[in-house]
Write a protein that binds this ligand. Structure first.
Ligand SMILES: [Zn+2]
Ligand SMILES: [Zn+2]
Length: 259
């Protein structure tokens, strides 16, 4: 029974857990879904919701603002591609400050439940938690970032293979991730830069720690010296007091003896 439940967990057969939320971290029914969206308390993956400005949605909003019809709007593909790569680099730089990124995926889907989603998978859960705590609520390009842990750890299960082969017939409204392609050489370059940056920061931190330790040691030895000096002075004062007492007693004694 338990084995059976484990096998069907998050699949179409599972009538309790939502397979879409389990696999993709997003389901078109949202909070009204009849199955459970089990939100993880920890995960190496975070989801920054709707943060990428999809060029199609932006063009529609622009047309609406100008009172134009949204039918037949065209997107400048070259500019959109350039904007996307700038966005990707921005995200990569910001996120890699928290740790090594195993994956950074930006969705090309246009369905309301997935549009502009950014998934970042770190090499460990602690790094993901740091990123979530710092990024959540911050603003990027005028948008407040809403960040949550995502159940997605295997993007092979989440991504639409048809999109990868440029043959998805569901287009932007597909419920599997349409992961925007990024040139491998760009990712490798960014990885190297991020590694170097983390190494530099680690060295700076170690240097700061060394300096702090030295200062602490110096302060301690200063304190010890002061304590020793004070003790010495106290001892010599008490010696001189007892000396003077014994001298006066001695003199008295001698005086008594004389009388
Ligand atoms: Zn669902
Ligand atoms: Zn698809």
């Amino acid at each position: 029974m338990a084995k059976h439940l484990a096998r069907i967990h998050g699949t179409e057969e599972d009538k309790v857990n939502c397979p879409f939320y389990f696999k993709i971290g997003a389901c078109r029914h949202g909070d009204r879904c009849s199955r459970i969206h089990h939100r993880p308390a920890f995960s190496p993956t975070i989801l920054i919701k709707h943060i990428f400005k999809h060029p199609m949605r932006e063009a529609e909003l622009q047309a609406a603002r100008e009172g134009r019809s949204v039918d037949g709007i065209v997107v400048d593909e070259a500019k959109a591609r350039e904007d996307f790569l700038v966005f990707f680099e921005d995200m990569y730089v910001e996120l890699s400050k928290f740790g090594r990124l195993d994956a950074l995926h930006i969705c090309d889907n246009v369905g309301d439940h997935m549009i502009g989603h950014v998934y970042a998978k770190f090499s460990d859960e602690e790094e993901a938690a740091d990123a979530l705590n710092v990024m959540n609520g911050r603003f990027y390009d005028g948008r407040r970032m809403e960040v949550e842990f995502s159940p997605v750890t295997d993007f092979l299960e989440a991504r639409c293979r048809d999109f990868d082969e440029e043959s998805c017939r569901r287009g932007g409204f597909c419920n599997f991730m349409h992961i925007k392609p990024v040139p491998m050489c760009l990712i490798r370059d960014m990885e190297e830069d991020a590694d170097e940056e983390r190494r530099r920061e680690e060295m700076e931190r170690a240097e700061r720690r060394r300096k702090d330790d030295r200062r602490r040691r110096e302060r301690k030895s200063d304190r010890r010296r002061r304590d020793r000096d004070r003790d010495r002075k106290r001892r010599s004062r008490s010696r001189s007091r007892s000396d003077s007492r014994s001298t006066s007693r001695g003199r008295g004694g001698r005086g008594d003896a004389k009388e």
